[in-house]
Design a protein around this ligand. Structure first.
Ligand code: TNX
Length: 609
């Protein structure tokens, strides 16, 4: 879709300011046009050519809301004295503060945050946590009653209602999380320039009408592999921002793997100080102190994102074995590993010391993690087979339960005994797995990360400079065109807890490369996880997504300018300096490469196994 030229000059900034002659709009004056009139018309025409992106429509939001009722007569324009009034709940107030922080840089407005309880001045932006009956309790700023917009159904844990009328914007939710999601919607409804880090002259119009919205699935996430390459706290916080923008509510951190151990564990200190000093390609690695990790968790919590820590067991453990060779089979110290093969390392399942280790490590990670989940990996432990594998997993699952956490593991855990609440993360590439269907019948719930749709380390196209292709190429359409509710044979939608997009980082070395792989596919996955299936529509999604390119540009976020998306011209023509180039980043890990550390390579294994 090409950018729609602005046809209503009144909605754009007036390029020449008020008419000093007072003769009214050019073309309507009764007398001959003056030089000033002609200049004014020419400036208008030039303004149109340089027109800002088309005004945002109420239905342009990603992920698509459950219910949208536009009212073009009720647009709201944010005035310079805009204030946010918020209910007393501290979590709601924090959401209001975050909205103010988002509005201030581009508008240059003060945007004070005040309590709803304080004497009423002007209700310009109102955020209320209104209990479960939120829709019915709200005054219909748009004149639409709750019955017309959502049958009065409760908004639930994460839903919100957003009313835009010419007098103001009101977001109502049953929880602070719902308010937060409503604020993300409001952010997308404001003009693109709202992403500017510095003040912009703009008419801050919000399209009028009503949105009533809530998620399809409770678990919506992305995974960042900080083990293959280490990423510092600042990078992780920025990834959390990207998740929050699209209403994703879980960040899974793959904290440990063959190439590095990334979380300090007091009872086994060498895990970090020795196991943390390597990474793919021979770089310095790194690890999070307990304080670093807490900072990530806190930052995520403020954005209503839950951190899911993964300690990958019993395979993918070379870095741990380098630090503590007594856990290795035969107690033979392995060399550090900085290549990209998988499936060669394992903790000795026959040694009791292994279970002390598992209990200590999981205990410390659980204690640092307020969220309910503890991910124990379980993938590609090719050398721990049959009963040895299920026996190990069942003990690890019991340890997790004993810590009061819910087990999550890759779908290889399926044959192990069921444990209350356990969650399996599907990463296969064909939607038919009898082991999974059987595990679901025993009570397992699923997070869907199908390798051929949701693996954001897959290349977009054959010429994508980084990434893999073992699960196929994943362009934006491929990431978007599947249905989590029907994806797996023999698995009912009710067993699907949600959707997660993993980013493995064998070939990803910087924040810019993370963003290049995440965007624009992450919003596609977010929409599958949040939006009701009836809204699913590739052509509509593609057109909505196009407007986000300019927003990312303004926020200096790198992204892949996928040719599938009709980006507005500014986005396609502007050079994005941080986008990876083939010369700097051709590190396709599907090719077997020499290990730069010169350590003996493990036996080859394929990821598809
Ligand atoms: C498979 S999917 C893995 C990871 C690799 C990834 C590369 C899964 C649970 N394991 O160890 O990094 O493929 O795409």
């Amino acid at each position: 879709m090409p950018p729609i030229p602005s046809t209503t000059p009144a909605t754009g900034p007036d390029p020449v300011g008020p008419d000093p002659t007072g003769s009214g709009p050019a073309g309507l004056s009764a007398h001959q046009p003056t030089a000033a009139d002609l200049a004014r018309v020419a400036a208008r025409a030039a303004g149109d050519l340089l027109a800002p992106p088309a005004p945002v429509r109420l239905a342009d939001v990603i992920p698509a809301p459950e219910r949208v009722a536009p009212d073009p007569t009720a647009d709201f324009v944010l005035p310079a004295d805009a204030a946010i009034r918020v209910s007393l709940d501290p979590a709601a107030r924090d959401v209001a503060e975050q909205l103010a922080e988002q509005l201030r840089p581009a508008t240059g407005y003060l945007v004070p945050v005040t309590d709803l309880a304080e004497p009423r001045t002007r209700d310009l932006l109102v955020l209320t946590v209104a209990g479960a009956a939120a829709p019915a309790a709200t005054e219909g700023a748009t004149g639409l009653g709750a019955a017309e917009v959502g049958g009065g159904a409760a908004l639930g844990d994460e839903g919100y209602r957003l009313d835009v009328a010419d007098g103001g914007v009101r977001i109502t939710a049953a929880t602070a999380a719902g308010l937060f999601h409503g604020v993300q919607t409001l952010r997308q409804l404001l003009p693109t320039a709202i992403e500017s880090p510095t003040p912009v002259a703009e008419r801050w119009v919000v399209p009028g009408g009503l949105i009533v919205d809530r998620p399809r699935f409770p678990y919506r996430g992305a995974m960042l592999d900080v083990a293959r390459h280490f990423f510092g706290v600042a990078d992780v916080l920025r990834v959390i921002d990207h998740l929050a923008r699209y209403k994703l509510n879980h960040l899974h951190l793959h904290l440990t793997d063959d190439q590095g151990w990334r979380i300090a564990v007091d009872s086994w200190p060498r895990l970090a100080t020795v196991g943390g000093t390597t990474e793919v390609g021979g770089g310095p690695g790194g690890w999070y102190t307990a304080a670093d990790y807490r900072r990530i968790v806190r930052y995520a919590a403020r954005r209503h994102v839950t951190v899911v820590p993964e300690v990958d067991l019993p395979g993918h453990t070379n870095a741990a074995l380098v630090a503590y060779p007594e856990l290795a089979p035969g107690k033979i110290p392995p060399p550090p590993y900085t290549g990209t093969e998988v499936g060669f390392s394992y903790l000795d399942p026959a040694d009791e010391r292994t279970y002390d280790f598992v209990a200590d490590v999981l205990g410390e990670v659980a204690a640092l993690t307020p969220g309910p989940w503890l991910h124990i990996g379980g993938d590609e432990a090719f050398k721990v087979k049959g009963a040895a594998y299920t026996g190990f997993v069942e003990r690890a699952q019991r340890i997790v339960a004993g810590l009061g956490k819910t087990v999550v593991g890759w779908h290889q855990l399926a044959p192990a005994a069921h444990l209350d609440g356990r969650v399996l993360q599907w990463w296969g590439t064909n939607g038919d797995d009898p082991d999974i269907a059987a595990a679901v019948r025993r009570g397992a719930r699923l997070i869907l990360s199908p390798g051929n749709h949701a693996y954001l380390d897959m290349k977009y196209a054959p010429d994508t400079p980084i990434g893999h292709d073992w699960a196929g190429l994943i362009d934006v359409r491929k990431a978007y065109d599947w249905d989590p509710g029907t994806h797996l044979t023999g698995v009912p939608a009710a067993a699907v807890l949600g959707v997660e997009a993993p980013l493995w980082t064998e070939s990803v070395t910087s924040l810019a490369e993370i963003e290049f792989m995440l965007l624009p596919r992450l919003p596609a996955i977010a929409e599958l996880a949040w939006s009701p299936r009836v809204t699913h529509d590739w052509a509509g999604f593609r057109d909505r997504l196009a407007g986000h390119g300019l927003r990312w540009d303004l926020a200096a976020i790198a992204f892949h300018h996928s040719p599938e998306i009709p980006w507005p011209t500014e986005a396609t023509q502007r050079a994005v300096p941080r986008q990876p180039t083939a010369e700097t980043t051709d590190r396709t890990s599907d090719q077997v490469r020499p290990d730069p550390a010169g350590t003996p390579g493990p036996p080859p294994a394929t990821n598809g196994a």
